[in-house]
Design a protein around this ligand. Structure first.
Ligand code: PRT
Ligand code: ZN
Length: 304
């Protein structure tokens, strides 16, 4: 099945996600958690939405901002680095904004950083004056340099940026970093962060006034419900009333305890939403402080 043309009646919402790569699986998992399901097509570029009139377009991440700008897609899951770079490029070419970040999505975290040869001493951005910097993010880098009044050469490369200093095509680099292993393997060290990035939901600059508006509002609400509880766990246990204060003190990363009806033996049933995973160590501490029948449940979604 091929994607419907851009001019087709837009009763359905179309979301662009990465076909393969770092953001592909988490993006699908997030949308599935929002209740979306699709009929897979053989070419796997277009997936027709079955549970809701929301279709998927599977593309390269670089294409996502442009697809939104052109109105081919309504929403996209893309790295902030890519979105900001292409927005910067549009601005530099005198074009108006064509998309915006609607939600940070909590995966695909990385930083756009300047990295210099290990043996250099870093004395600050002024040091960059007159040097050549290799990057795949020329717009973000250029405006960062402009703001600081630094004149440096921006060498645009589409990949393997980290080997540019070794090849002599640049003095240092500006690239994405997550673990830092790639920099270390190339004898480079990170010195400045230009952008904290993660996957984001991108959408159009103006709200829709057709059937898509309602679909979009529903999807955002569901997404908020999934994101809000994403790393949370529900912790349930019973405890004697006199232990409750001590137990509450141990639960530093949790909502205030909710007390449920009292048991026959006078103990209380308690529950709380814990932010982040509940560790074995915490469970054992709670047990020592009087909690019994401890139970940890994963939380999938919530509606406020
Ligand atoms: O085919 P397509 O064009 O869709 O994929 P792609 O190869 O352009 O993208 P992909 O899948 O590599 O990355 C997609 C998005 O993931 C990026 O736009 C970022 O938003 C995000 N992301 C998160 C990263 C990283 N972490 C990351 N570490 N993108 C790239 N990297 C690179 C980094 O530059 C380094 O070269 O991965 C390498 C390993 O990083 P270290 O620091 O862990 O060694
Ligand atoms: Zn790409």
């Amino acid at each position: 099945m091929s994607p419907p043309s851009n001019n087709a009646a837009r009763e359905r919402l179309r979301i662009a996600i990465q076909k393969s790569g770092r953001l592909a699986e988490p993006a699908r998992a997030l949308l599935a958690a929002c209740g979306l399901s699709w009929r897979e097509s053989r070419d796997r570029l277009f997936c027709y939405g079955e549970s809701l009139p929301i279709d998927l377009l599977l593309v390269r991440d670089d294409d996502i901002p442009g697809l939104i700008a052109d109105g081919v897609c309504d929403l996209g899951v893309v790295g902030r680095n890519e979105l900001d770079e292409q927005a910067g490029e549009r601005a530099r070419n005198g074009l108006p904004p064509a998309y915006r970040e609607l939600r940070p999505l909590g995966f695909g975290a990385c930083r756009l950083m300047l990295a210099i040869p290990e043996e250099w001493e870093w004395r600050g951005p002024e040091q960059l004056q007159g040097l050549r910097i290799a990057t795949s993010y020329p717009a973000i880098l250029s405006s960062w340099l402009d703001v600081r009044g630094i004149e440096a050469g921006v060498v645009e490369l589409s990949g393997s940026v980290e080997i540019a200093p070794k090849l002599g095509t640049a003095d240092l680099i500006c690239d994405l970093v997550s673990s830092g292993a790639t920099l270390a393997a190339n004898h480079l060290k990170p010195v400045e962060t230009l952008l904290e990035s993660e996957a984001v939901l991108a959408g159009p600059v103006r709200d829709y006034d057709d059937a898509r508006a309602e679909l979009m509002a529903m999807l955002l609400r569901r997404m908020d419900g999934v994101l809000k509880v994403k790393d949370n766990q529900l912790l349930m246990f019973r405890a004697p009333a006199e232990s409750v204060d001590a137990l509450a003190k141990l639960l530093r990363d949790a909502e205030p305890l909710t007390r449920l009806p009292i048991n026959d033996d006078g103990s209380l049933n308690l529950q709380t939403m814990h932010h982040g995973a509940v560790s074995w160590q915490l469970l054992e501490e709670l047990e020592r402080a009087g909690a019994r029948n401890l139970m940890v449940l994963s939380v999938e979604r919530s509606l406020a």
